[in-house]
Design a protein around this ligand. Structure first.
Ligand SMILES: Cc1cc2nc3c(=O)[nH]c(=O)nc-3n(C[C@H](O)[C@H](O)[C@H](O)COP(=O)(O)OP(=O)(O)OC[C@H]3O[C@@H](n4cnc5c(N)ncnc54)[C@H](O)[C@@H]3O)c2cc1C
Length: 596
C-alpha cells in the first residue's frame, strides 16, 4: 500500500504512487471531503492518510458529536448518509438550554428551560411523526461509528486508505506535490496533484503556505474538559414531575442539553451506543492561572460547584472521571483556506466555540464551496485567482459572523432572560440566513453570490449591533442577588420569528435539487425583515428594562444601541431604513420576557 522505501538515500521512482488528491487526516473532515469529492467525480484517485488505523475503531469516541442543521443536511443529503445516520446515530431534538442567573439556585426545576417542547403543530398537520421528530433535523453523531463506516464506503469506492501512516513532510512543486510518509519506522512517499490538509492542527498549512493562508486569532479564549458516561443521562428526569411533563420523554433526551452559568456552559449529548457525552467549556480568563491543578481537575471543580446535579450523575459512574480530557483550544482560523492545489478543512481550518456546533457546519460550507472548484481543476479548468478569492472571502465572512456571536458572550449567557433573547436571535439568523444559503445548493453560483451579498451584509450589520446591544444591556442592568429565573419553560415552537424560518427550511432540507435564485432571495429577504423587527423589539424591551426613554416612531434597526446620547448621531431616527416594530418580533419578546 505504501510507496517503496527510500533506497540508498534515493526515491525508488517507479514505486512512487500517484493520486489526484492526498487527504492528510482521516477524521470526520477528511473523510467527508473524500466522500464528497468521489460522489462528484467518481474517477478521482484519492489517498487518505492517517496516523491512526483506517478504518478507525468504531467504538472510539471523540468530541464533535452534535451537529446542527447545515451539517446534518450535508451529511444526509450531499454525502447520501441519511439512512446510516438514522440507523446508527441519534436523531437530535434541537438545542435545549437550562438557563439561570448567577444568584439562582442550580436545581434544574428552578431554571428556565429553553428548547423545543413538542413537534410544532404545523408540522404535525403536514404529517410529521415523532420519530424522526422534526424536518429538518440534526444528529448526535457517534464519531467512531461514523468514521469507520465512512472509511469502509470510501474504500469500496476505490479510495486508498493509508492508516497507521504519518505524514512527515510535504513538498509542493509546479507540477505535483510529494507527500513524505512514515510507517513502522520506514519512510516512503506519494505524489498528488492536490493536497487537502484535514490534520486538525493546521501545522501543515502553516508550514507550507505561511502568510498566504492568512491565519488569524479570534478574540475568544476557552478551556474545555469532557467525559463519557456509560449510561444514558436524561437531565429532565432529575427534576420534578411538572418539568418532566412539559416535553415528551421520547423527544427531550435527544436534545443537546446545555447547562449555562457564569463563565461556563456544559453539555450533555446522548450517543447511540447508550453512553452520554458530558463536557464543560469555560472562559479561560475565569480560571486561576496560578492554580497548579491539572486543567481537567480545575474544570471539574467548576462543574462541581456550579452544577451539583450533573456532577452527582458523573460521580455515579466512577469509571467516567478517570477518562477526562481537557484542552485549551485556540480560537483561530485561516482566512484563505483554498489555495493553488491546496485546501485546508475541519479543525485545521478553524476552531471557534462548540456552542451551536459551528465546526461541522463550517466544514460543510467549505466543501460546498471548494469541491466543485477542485473537480473543475482536476478536469483541466484551473480555478481563477478571482474565484478562489471569492470562495475564501465567503468562508472568512461566515467565521466573522460566528466570531461576533461568541465575542464576550459569557455575561449574556449567564443572565437567563438575556440569554433567552440572545439564543432566539442566534437561532433566527442561523435558520433564516445561514441554513438557506447552504441548503439552497447555490453557493457556487456567482450570480447568486452577487445578488445575496447585500442581504448577507445586512445580516452581519444587524448581528454586530444586536450582539453589542446585548453585551451592553447586561452591563447596565443593576446587579441583583434575588433569584429571578422562575423555573418556567420557553418553547422554541412558540417563537414566531424563529419558527417562521425553521418551517421554511423543510422544503430546502429535503429537496434534492437546488432552488431558484428568486426562491433563495425570498428566503433571505424574509429573514432580514424578521431580524430587523427583532432588533427593534430587543431595543424596545431593553429600554423599558433599563428605564431609557425611547421616542416613539420608526427607527433604523441597523443603528440600535443603548447609549441615548448616540442615538441621533448613529442615525437611529434616520428615515433611510426606518422600520416599524414587527408584530411577530414584539410577541416573541413578550413571551421571552414572561409576559405572555
Ligand atoms: C470540547 C470540544 C467540543 C466540540 N464539540 C463539537 C460539537 O458538538 N459539534 C461540532 O460540530 N464540533 C465540535 N467540536 C469541534 C470538532 O470536534 C472538530 O471540528 C472536529 O472533530 C474536527 O474534525 P477533523 O477531522 O478536522 O479533525 P480530527 O477528527 O482530529 O482528525 C484529524 C486526523 O488527522 C490525523 N493526523 C494529524 N496529523 C497527521 C499527520 N501528520 N499524519 C497523519 N495523520 C495525521 C489525526 O490522527 C486525526 O485522525 C468540538 C471541539 C472541542 C474542542
Amino acid at each position: 500500500m505504501i510507496a517503496a522505501p527510500r533506497r540508498s538515500g534515493l526515491w525508488y521512482a517507479p514505486a512512487v504512487r500517484s493520486f489526484d488528491v492526498a487527504v492528510i487526516g482521516g477524521g470526520i473532515a477528511g473523510l467527508c471531503f473524500a466522500r464528497h469529492l468521489l460522489r462528484a467525480r467518481p474517477s478521482t484517485t484519492v489517498a487518505i492518510i492517517d496516523r491512526r488505523r483506517l478504518p478507525a475503531d468504531p467504538t472510539q469516541r471523540a468530541v464533535g458529536e452534535s451537529t446542527s442543521e447545515i451539517a446534518a443536511w450535508y451529511l444526509a443529503r450531499r454525502l447520501g448518509l441519511r439512512d446510516l445516520l438514522e440507523r446508527d446515530h441519534v436523531i437530535k431534538f434541537g438545542l435545549r438550554f437550562w438557563l439561570r442567573d448567577p444568584a439562582d439556585p442550580a436545581a434544574i426545576e428552578r431554571r428556565v428551560e429553553f428548547g423545543p417542547m413538542s413537534v410544532p403543530p404545523l408540522m404535525l398537520e403536514r404529517g410529521a411523526t415523532v420519530t424522526p421528530p422534526l424536518e429538518p433535523h440534526a444528529y448526535q453523531l457517534h464519531r467512531g461509528r461514523l468514521e469507520a463506516a465512512l472509511a469502509r464506503m470510501l474504500e469500496a469506492d476505490g479510495a486508498e486508505l493509508l492508516g497507521a501512516t504519518e505524514v512527515v513532510g510535504v513538498t509542493v512543486s509546479r507540477t505535483f506535490s510529494e507527500v513524505e510518509l512514515r510507517r513502522d519506522g520506514e519512510t516512503s512517499s506519494l505524489r498528488c496533484r492536490f493536497i487537502v490538509d484535514a490534520s486538525a492542527t493546521g501545522e501543515l498549512t502553516r508550514t507550507h503556505l505561511g502568510p498566504r493562508a492568512r491565519e488569524r486569532q479570534l478574540p475568544h479564549e476557552l478551556a474545555a474538559a469532557w467525559w463519557w458516561v456509560e449510561a444514558r443521562l436524561d437531565p429532565a428526569s432529575w427534576a420534578d414531575a411538572a418539568v418532566n411533563a412539559r416535553c415528551s420523554p421520547e423527544l427531550r433526551w435527544r436534545s443537546t442539553h446545555h447547562f449555562v452559568g457564569r463563565h461556563y456552559w456544559s453539555w450533555v449529548i446522548p450517543l447511540s451506543d447508550g453512553s452520554t457525552s458530558v463536557g464543560i467549556v469555560a472562559d479561560a480568563a475565569s480560571l486561576d492561572v496560578d492554580d497548579p491543578a491539572p486543567l481537567a481537575d480545575q474544570l471539574r471543580a467548576v462543574l462541581e460547584r456550579e452544577e451539583p446535579q450533573l456532577t452527582a450523575k458523573l460521580a455515579d459512574h466512577p469509571n467516567t472521571s478517570s477518562r477526562a480530557i481537557a484542552a485549551r483550544p485556540r480560537a483561530r482560523c485561516f482566512d484563505a483556506p483554498l489555495q493553488d492545489r491546496w485546501l485546508v478543512t475541519g479543525a485545521a481550518l478553524a476552531f471557534m466555540d462548540p456552542l451551536y456546533s459551528p465546526a461541522h457546519d463550517l466544514t460543510a460550507l467549505v466543501h460546498e464551496l471548494a469541491v466543485p472548484a477542485i473537480v473543475a481543476e482536476l478536469d483541466g479548468t484551473p480555478t481563477s485567482e478571482q474565484s478562489r478569492a471569492q470562495i475564501n472571502a465567503s468562508v472568512a465572512r461566515i467565521v466573522d459572523y460566528y466570531a461576533t456571536i461568541y465575542l464576550d458572550g459569557w455575561p449574556v449567557l449567564a443572565t437567563a432572560k438575556l440569554a433567552a433573547i440572545k439564543i432566539t436571535w442566534d437561532q433566527l439568523s442561523y435558520f433564516g440566513w445561514l441554513c438557506p444559503l447552504v441548503m439552497s445548493q447555490r453557493l457556487r453560483d456567482p450570480l447568486t453570490m452577487q445578488r445575496l451579498r447585500p442581504h448577507g451584509e445586512r445580516v452581519h450589520l444587524l448581528n454586530e449591533r444586536v450582539q453589542a446591544l446585548l453585551r451592553r444591556w447586561v452591563r447596565l442592568r443593576p446587579g441583583s442577588d434575588q433569584p429571578s429565573a422562575s423555573g418556567r419553560e420557553i418553547d422554541l415552537g412558540r417563537l414566531r420569528t424563529v419558527m417562521d424560518r425553521f418551517l421554511a427550511l423543510e422544503s430546502l432540507a429535503i429537496g434534492d435539487t437546488a432552488i431558484t435564485l428568486e426562491q433563495l432571495e425570498r428566503h433571505t429577504a424574509r429573514a432580514v425583515e424578521l431580524l430587523e423587527g427583532l432588533a427593534l423589539a430587543i431595543l424596545e424591551r431593553a429600554c423599558v428594562d433599563l428605564g431609557l426613554d425611547l421616542p416613539s416612531g420608526p427607527l433604523d434597526p441597523y443603528c440600535v444601541g443603548l447609549d441615548p446620547e448616540r442615538w441621533g448621531a448613529d442615525g437611529l431616527f434616520g428615515t433611510r431604513r426606518a422600520r416599524d416594530h414587527s408584530a411577530e418580533a414584539r410577541a416573541d419578546l413578550d413571551y421571552l420576557w414572561g409576559e405572555q
